[in-house]
Ligand binder design. Structure first.
Ligand code: FO1
Length: 306
């Protein structure tokens, strides 16, 4: 079994490579729920949906989130009334949030609903939320205000400097049933190329998860989402710097050294391999820029073989 800790788009791309080299039924994905939010009374789980839609071949390829062939009539109606439309919910995507919210209201656990949604899309892998307890990422801005993740990422377009990041609820959260057993059974535990602060960070903030990964560190492989000092998408490089880390593969290695035996870095960062191993993290140098499905497949095979 291969376990993957996953955030949004970068992780989804990697998973498209992994399913080309590992049977889907041998892949167990632990999805970040720190991005989760409620809009119009609907519970949205962006990273779980991005992974599900991508593995179903149905994700909106232009954005990397939401569904393909989307229409926006419901949001147009909300706009007519002057309602908030900065967080766009497409008409097809809305169906997921309507179903998930109704099931949660009936008392179903998020993990049960996620299983039903993944099953319906026939994605073949196990997809579980990191916890059935609520964990929410908040970012403290320089003016002292704390904003939830989607306000930072979408409303403010992550264009504001961040003072600190907290994961509300993480210290009391238990990992979803089955996750610790999956860690124990796994040949490899992969930290997908997601933002180490706000996508992998919330998952590692769950005490039992971090403890388990420290215990199984020798089978944990991380993939750097930072290449040549920059994030391929999103604010990972800025967040690393703003929180006092180096925006480089060395900074990523420093953040993950306690839980990852190996960090897979891009060829552009080969000169930093020595500094990574200086942190007691084994560097593996390969092409990590998944610009084609073929390259995603190649990266996946390097990661499971190293
Ligand atoms: N990202 C945006 O930049 N703008 C949006 O309007 C937006 C809406 C949205 C709706 C559903 C969903 O599952 C994801 C959505 N995202 C949007 C992406 C979301 O912000 C994710 O948290 C990111 O993918 C980061 O992981």
């Amino acid at each position: 079994m291969i376990v993957v800790l996953a955030g949004g788009t970068g992780a989804a791309k990697f998973l498209c490579g992994l399913v080309q080299v590992v049977n889907r039924e041998d892949i167990y994905v632990v999805g970040n729920t720190g991005d989760d939010a409620v809009f119009f009374g609907l519970h949205i789980s962006p990273d779980l949906d991005t992974i599900c839609y991508t593995l179903a071949g149905e994700v909106n390829s232009a954005t990397g989130w939401g569904l393909a062939n989307e229409t926006w009539h419901a949001m147009d109606t909300v706009a007519r009334y002057g309602g908030d439309t900065w967080f766009h919910l497409g008409d097809r995507d809305l169906g997921t949030h309507l179903y998930r919210t109704a099931r949660l209201r009936e008392g179903a656990q998020l993990s049960a609903v996620t299983e039903e949604i993944a099953e319906a899309w026939q994605i073949g892998v196990d997809l579980v939320p990191m916890s059935d307890y609520p964990v929410r990422t908040y970012l403290e801005l320089l003016d002292g205000t704390e904003v939830p993740f989607q306000d930072y990422f979408v409303k403010l377009r992550h264009s504001v400097p961040v003072e600190s990041v907290t994961f509300r609820g993480a210290s009391q959260a238990q990992p979803t049933n089955g996750i610790l057993e999956a860690f124990s059974a796994a040949e490899r535990i992969i930290l997908a190329p997601s933002n180490p602060i706000v996508s992998i960070g919330p998952i590692l903030a769950i005490p039992a998860v971090r403890n388990a990964l420290e215990k199984y560190r020798d089978k944990v492989r991380a993939i750097s989402p930072i290449v040549a000092g920059a994030a391929l998408k999103g604010p990972a490089d800025r967040l690393l710097r703003e929180l006092g880390h180096e925006a480089s593969v060395v900074g990523v290695a420093g953040l993950l050294a306690d839980v990852a035996d190996t960090l897979v870095i891009d060829e552009q960062d080969a000169a930093l391999a020595k500094s990574v191993s200086g942190l007691d993290v084994k560097p593996v140098v390969t092409n990590t820029v998944m610009s084609t499905p073929e390259l995603a497949k190649k990266l996946a095979s390097v990661v499971i073989d190293c």
